[in-house]
Design a protein around this ligand. Structure first.
Ligand SMILES: C[S@@+](CC[C@H](N)C(=O)[O-])C[C@H]1O[C@@H](n2cnc3c(N)ncnc32)[C@H](O)[C@@H]1O
Length: 306
């Protein structure tokens, strides 16, 4: 058994912790404020710093779930949607009838804040979001194509997403991924691109995904990974030396781009993530390496019978 200080952080971490922050609640607040602060430059910084690979990664992830996306009644949730580009990549695979806003089913133009978990009544979260669709039982009107639900807790990030979503059948929801205002067993597919790593409690995040997913539903978590060998050395040089400087210059917020490589280093390795996903009750958990192992897609299914 190695001494505790020899165990790498990604084997022990229970959730994101920006530098100097020890509690779960403080981490969530810090991360929310950080994304609010970088929201105006987020898209530009992302495209420049990933050399445009971000689009390729979103599109590849969306393609992996084409079969589910093609079903007009399938309810899709894009968690930690930020400024919405992953959500729009998913939309491209929806049938045409499900792509545009459905008349009579109004999604809010601007995301509406929901009460924080502390002020919500106890028990299972209810549909507290201002959208007539959210109160609708899809079984009552199966012919109405379901929208994509796009969730984020940063108002500034989501507002930018909401502008992009306006003509489309996408409902922005300002909410915490650990306390979703969504009924149990109601979602067919949950994706999250570069967001899950930022949750302050990974086990609680997976439990929440499991709760809202229908039996047979799937998750797709796209996130960075810390590669090894030569790729790892190049990656570390770029992520630790170059990216924080350029990210800081573009956004005016160097701390956010120092947090990025630190959060990747702390994020559970694929082997441990698969263990956590399996422990949360999912089956068939897999990880597919993208871009030479610098990113990858976790997929898993909620079993039909429990
Ligand atoms: C790196 S951005 C990714 C945005 C988008 N998915 C993309 O691929 O560009 C991470 C997003 O996760 C959101 N986020 C982090 N923790 C969250 C939480 N607990 N609940 C909801 N959103 C969260 C942040 O606000 C931020 O918009």
């Amino acid at each position: 058994m190695p001494a505790p200080d020899a165990i790498p952080e990604h084997e022990l971490s229970t959730g994101a912790r920006p530098e100097g922050i020890t509690s779960e609640q403080a981490a969530a607040t810090n991360i929310q404020q950080m994304f609010d602060a970088i929201a105006p430059t987020y898209d530009r910084a992302n495209h420049i710093l990933t050399f445009g690979l971000d689009r390729w990664l979103w599109n590849r992830t969306a393609r992996a779930f084409r079969k589910t996306l093609q079903r007009p009644e399938a309810v899709v949730l894009d968690l930690c949607c930020g400024t919405g580009d992953m959500t729009l990549a998913l939309l491209k695979h929806r049938p045409e009838s499900a792509q545009n806003r459905v008349p009579g089913i109004e999604a809010p133009q601007n995301p509406k804040a929901i009460p924080s978990p502390a002020t919500q009544s106890s028990g299972a979260p209810s549909m507290t979001v201002s959208s007539s669709w959210m109160g609708r039982n899809p079984a009552d009107s199966p012919d109405v194509p379901a929208p994509i639900l796009a969730v984020d807790f940063s108002h500034q990030m989501l507002s930018r997403g909401a502008e992009k979503f306006a003509p489309h059948n996408i409902v922005p929801i300002e909410a915490d991924a650990l306390h979703l205002p969504i009924a149990d067993n109601s979602i067919d597919l949950i994706t999250s691109a570069f967001g899950f790593r930022n949750l302050s409690n990974y086990e609680a995040g997976l439990a929440e995904l499991h709760r809202v997913l229908r039996p047979g539903g799937q998750i797709g978590i796209l996130d960075f990974n810390q590669p090894t060998g030569l790729t790892g050395a190049l990656y570390n040089f770029y992520f630790k030396q170059i990216l924080p400087r350029f990210g800081g210059l573009i956004s005016g917020d160097p701390a956010a781009y120092t947090y990025l490589p630190e959060s990747v280093a702390r994020f559970p390795s694929p082997t441990r993530m698969i263990e956590l996903i399996t422990q949360a009750g999912f089956t068939n958990a897999t990880w597919t390496s993208y871009t030479f192992g610098t990113a990858g897609l976790y997929r898993a299914t909620k079993p039909e019978t429990m």
